[in-house]
Design a protein around this ligand. Structure first.
Ligand SMILES: Cc1cc2nc3c(=O)[nH]c(=O)nc-3n(C[C@H](O)[C@H](O)[C@H](O)COP(=O)(O)OP(=O)(O)OC[C@H]3O[C@@H](n4cnc5c(N)ncnc54)[C@H](O)[C@@H]3O)c2cc1C
Ligand SMILES: *[C@@H]1O[C@H](CO)[C@@H](O)[C@H](O)[C@H]1NC(C)=O
Ligand SMILES: *[C@@H]1O[C@H](CO)[C@@H](O)[C@H](O)[C@H]1NC(C)=O
Ligand SMILES: *[C@@H]1O[C@H](CO)[C@@H](O)[C@H](O)[C@H]1NC(C)=O
Ligand SMILES: *[C@@H]1O[C@H](CO)[C@@H](O)[C@H](O)[C@H]1NC(C)=O
Ligand SMILES: *[C@@H]1O[C@H](CO)[C@@H](O)[C@H](O)[C@H]1NC(C)=O
Ligand SMILES: *[C@@H]1O[C@H](CO)[C@@H](O)[C@H](O)[C@H]1NC(C)=O
Ligand SMILES: *[C@@H]1O[C@H](CO)[C@@H](O)[C@H](O)[C@H]1NC(C)=O
Length: 577
């Protein structure tokens, strides 16, 4: 058993908590298997090489390490000891940090909506709003997953990272307002996806500490796992000669000092490389490695290994629209806790308190222009200048202006899809992404119905104490759509339709997915079609975003596929013996 010293916080007493190579120090585990890539050998060999230590990559690596040797390569650093990640009240601090070492990398889609992708061990689960909720049994059936193993895998995840939220008065009023608005029945607290109104789970514990996918590495076998931080993979290596199909057999990665390393698969038929680099990173890395639309690859002087026109296609992001409701009463600080799962495919959620910007302590909310959220100008006008102006105005506003909360709606699916293309040959550069929000009329209809339900919540009796009577819903829409920051009134045009409101104020809830969808790039076992020894396992494989919010299912999928891969591996070893 490997031993390690707790060195993240002085508060941890050496020797008491050693257990399978990790110890818990102020909730920050020390992993003996986690190293800076600068200390890695130039060449190394493993049974499995996983690219991307994100929301799917961590549970996958922890599981495979039980019975095989695993290398997990993550381009970012450790989430532990960074309050911008671990502390609920700092939501958005990482999202507004533009430095090249920030755990978040901003990108702007061709639609003009400002968005973010993770660059840290634990991936998106280190940046997100924490809401934890499963996919529906219908979704699981349609995905072709075994329902029992999926449930066991959800439970495996939940034992480490999921909690019941503490409901404050504002979130409770949203819940009761949803019930009065007819989003029925009341399903209480549950992780399950059921029509009606519920309180969902959260990855923040009772003290407001975030538990991320990186915590699932506590399940790992330290003897079977190496996690390298600041290890950026540049390409997958393929053996292409004298075989019916190209076979993935290694990767090239660079450490923080720019030094190049190679990791190869050990000899063995069942050994594989698994890409878990997220919905932007996975299609991008496939293309950089020569698997993608041949014409596009050639335009970047990339040697074509396999002409696969579907890589980077069918990208989607669920549009989010929100209404700010100023409150006469103080409200609690909350991220997402309640969700209304409507009959018509719109999900209503809410966040309150200091989480939306303002004074220096209020910079980091879910709806702050500091993190790129700007609903007061249409997407294509969200220029750096427009953002800077909104931030300046926000900084000069009275604190009172921020008392209140946002009620948002996010549509299921969505049906509209777009595409991703390479911009450069550098893996750290963002590719170009188009999501085509509301291109399909049904998506727009779902938004309009969602906004109408939010109106009913605002007008409901249980919510009345958290709104000013003299501010009508049209005035609130006026404030949300036309204010200098996401909340101050400026200009109202009553002939504008809710359709226009949806299009003009669209933001992201960061549930983008696709690019390596099952059935078009990978098969039902997540194997990349047309090559051997390569899979993709993460949100890039989804056709629709699972549940109301995806992270539970992304983590579940990592565990689920790890178990399945080991099952096949062991069955084969039995046959060989
Ligand atoms: C701000 C925000 C709020 C959200 N809120 C919620 C919420 O409340 N509830 C919810 O369920 N979901 C939420 N989500 C969505 C959810 O977090 C994501 O869908 C999920 O984390 C995606 O997981 P993934 O494994 O597909 O990708 P990621 O978790 O992004 O993992 C990909 C990993 O690969 C690494 N990587 C990429 N390229 C390379 C390379 N070339 N070499 C090495 N490493 C590489 C990245 O650094 C990253 O760590 C939110 C997301 C964000 C960003
Ligand atoms: C990793 O090692 C490199 C080179 O020694 C160093 O520059 C970098 O700061 C290290 N990173 C971390 C997070 O320790
Ligand atoms: C690992 O192998 C052992 C022994 O073959 C088996 O009992 C165990 O279930 C395996 N673990 C996983 C996660 O598959
Ligand atoms: C936290 O975020 C702030 C603001 O974005 C940034 O200035 C600071 O460097 C970050 N701290 C860490 C430890 O990353
Ligand atoms: C999985 O759990 C859900 C409830 O969380 C239940 O509705 C479903 O029937 C279970 N599926 C199986 C196959 O056991
Ligand atoms: C591709 O290679 C050609 C010939 O070496 C060069 O002229 C061109 O600029 C390269 N294109 C890119 C995108 O690197
Ligand atoms: C919208 O805001 C502007 C600017 O504050 C104000 O003049 C106008 O009356 C508002 N319209 C409504 C309907 O509230
Ligand atoms: C109000 O909106 C309608 C429809 O979008 C538009 O035709 C009209 O010019 C707008 N009026 C003002 C005063 O902006």
């Amino acid at each position: 058993m490997a031993l390690g010293w707790c060195r993240f916080f002085g508060a941890c007493f050496i020797g008491i908590l050693f257990l399978h190579g990790f110890c818990a120090c102020d909730r920050a585990p020390y992993y003996s298997f986690m190293l800076n890539a600068t200390s890695a050998p130039t060449i190394s060999y493993y049974d499995y090489i996983i690219v991307g230590g994100g929301t799917a990559g961590c549970p996958l690596a922890a599981t495979l390490s039980q019975n095989a040797s695993v290398l997990l390569l993550e381009r970012g650093g450790s989430p532990y000891g960074n309050p911008n990640i671990t502390n609920l009240a700092k939501f958005g601090a990482a999202l507004s940090d533009p430095s090249p070492t920030s755990p978040s990398q901003r990108f702007i889609s061709e639609d003009g909506v400002i968005n973010a992708r993770a660059r840290v061990l634990g991936g998106g689960s280190c940046l997100n709003a924490g809401f934890y909720t499963r996919a529906s049994p219908e979704y699981i059936r349609a995905a072709g997953w075994d329902g029992r193993l999926a449930n066991e895998s959800y439970q495996w995840v939940e034992r480490r990272v999921a909690f019941e939220p503490q409901m404050g008065p504002w979130q409770s009023a949203v819940r009761d307002g949803l019930l009065e608005a007819g989003v029925l029945p009341n399903n209480g607290f549950t992780y399950d996806h059921i029509k009606g109104t519920k309180v969902g789970g959260t990855i923040f514990d009772r003290d407001g500490n975030r538990h991320t996918a990186a915590d699932l590495l506590e399940y790992a076998n330290p003897g079977g796992l190496t996690v390298l931080l600041h290890a950026t993979v540049y390409k997958i290596l393929f053996a292409t000669k004298a075989r019916p199909k190209p076979v993935a057999h290694g990767v090239v990665y660079r450490d923080a000092s720019g030094a190049k390393h190679r990791a190869y698969l050990k000899r063995g038929l069942k050994n594989e490389i698994i890409i878990s680099s997220g919905a932007l990173g996975s299609p991008q890395l496939l293309m950089l490695s020569g698997v993608g639309p041949a014409q596009q690859l050639r335009a970047h002087n990339i040697t074509v290994v396999l002409d696969q026109p579907m890589v980077g296609q069918l990208m989607s992001d669920n549009p989010m629209n929100a209404i700010f409701v100023p409150s006469p009463l103080p409200v609690e600080v909350s991220l997402i806790q309640v969700v209304g799962i409507t009959q018509y495919g719109s999900y209503i959620e809410a966040a309150s308190g200091e989480n939306f910007g303002g004074s220096p302590q209020r910079d980091y909310g879910m709806f702050s222009p500091k993190i790129g959220q700007l609903s007061t100008v249409p997407p294509k006008q969200r220029t750096p200048e427009a953002l800077a102006k909104a931030i300046e105005i926000m900084n000069n506003l009275d604190q009172q202006a921020f008392q209140g909360g946002f009620i948002l709606e996010k549509i299921m699916g969505p049906i509209s899809t777009g595409h991703l293309e390479l911009r450069t040959r550098h893996p750290e550069d963002n590719p170009s992404v188009t999501f085509n929000y509301f291109k399909e009329p049904q998506d727009l209809q779902r938004c309009v119905e969602g906004i109408s339900t939010i109106e009913k919540v605002i007008d409901s009796r249980p919510f009345s104490k958290f709104r000013f009577d003299y501010l009508s819903v049209p005035q609130l829409l006026n404030m949300t759509a036309s204010a200098p920051v996401n909340l101050l009134p400026r200009h109202y045009n009553s002939s504008q339709s809710l359709e226009d409101f949806c299009k003009d104020t669209v933001m992201t809830i960061w549930h983008y997915h696709g690019g390596c969808q099952v059935g078009s790039v990978v098969d039902h076992d997540y194997k990349v079609m047309g090559v051997d020894a390569l899979r993709v396992i993460d949100g890039s494989t989804f056709n629709f975003s699972p549940g109301t919010n995806p992270q539970a299912t992304v983590m579940m999928l990592g565990r689920y596929m790890g178990v399945n891969i080991l099952k096949k591996r062991l069955a084969n070893e039995d046959l060989a013996n």
